[in-house]
Design a protein around this ligand. Sequence first.
Ligand code: DGL
Length: 336
Amino acid sequence: MPIGIFDSGLGGLTVFEEIQNLLPHENLIYIADSAFAPYGDKDSVFIVRRACLLADFLVQTYHIKALVVACNTATGAAVHILRERLDIPVIGMEPAIKPAVALTQSGVVAVLATSNTLASDKFSKLLDSHQHQARIIIQPCVGWVETIEQGTLYSNWTRALVAKYVQPLLDVGVDTFVLGCTHYPLLEPVMRDLVGDQVHIISTGRAVARQLHHQLLLQHALNQHTEHGNTSFWTSGEKKQVTSMASLLFQQEMVFNPLPQQYETIIVEFSLEKKQQLLFQALLQSEDGLAFVRCVHGVQQLWTTSAQVETLKEWLKCLPKSFNLCILQEYVWTGE
Ligand code: DGL
């Protein structure tokens, strides 16, 4: 049985590589949920919904023996729910604050992650348990994930974007950076040019691979084959684009397949008066994962799955007439 791994996009492949290095005989299935990257600015209800769908695909199609949530943002939002739903080991990410406070000499550590990770309860608890050991500065790095997903790792623009967040931290004495997002190790070379050799940059991929190994040992579930394991790659995004971007970023051929239709997302566009939008969002949220609402260029959108779209339409029909909600169009999101 294989191991399932997923992320919002290609960043989780930094974890995938560590797993492949440590456990070369295991079969690995990777999903890049690229149609929805980044997760860092999405509602947590939506992230939970995507995480559960991706886990369902891995369990139903591949009967995976373990799941690795190779995404700090999805771990913060959904790992506890995935653990409740699945009866296999579920391994999540945890920013490496513990080793960082042990390493720092200046006593100032920075954790770089998405806003969602830094705002999660899970992260607050982790931070609280180390707060007294060092000064820990948290820094959301807006735009880093998007830049990496576009494959522009070494442009002048990327260097400036990295410096924008890293330089002020160096200026206040940070000597240890924790990469709390699985995309960020791809920017480590650019960070290294900026911070020099004396500063520590810590990521979590290897520790997660070791944790996975430990869990499989406990379950007597390690693959006993001596040949290299198989790999298979899936995406909710545009498969050609994701395939070429992954090969560019990781210098190895990874051919991505499109996720089956029932894991696709349907977008329903609608109009609603401004003063009713908040109430509508609150009502929708209480429906737990039926859809995710967002506004793009002034147009309201509901994002849902093909499995949920009929239920969603029924729900919309039952809204009080005073809402005056008008559906404009419905289409399948193809990740473009
Ligand atoms: N790779 C992710 C993480 O570790 C996701 C970032 C995002 O999609 O915003 O947080």
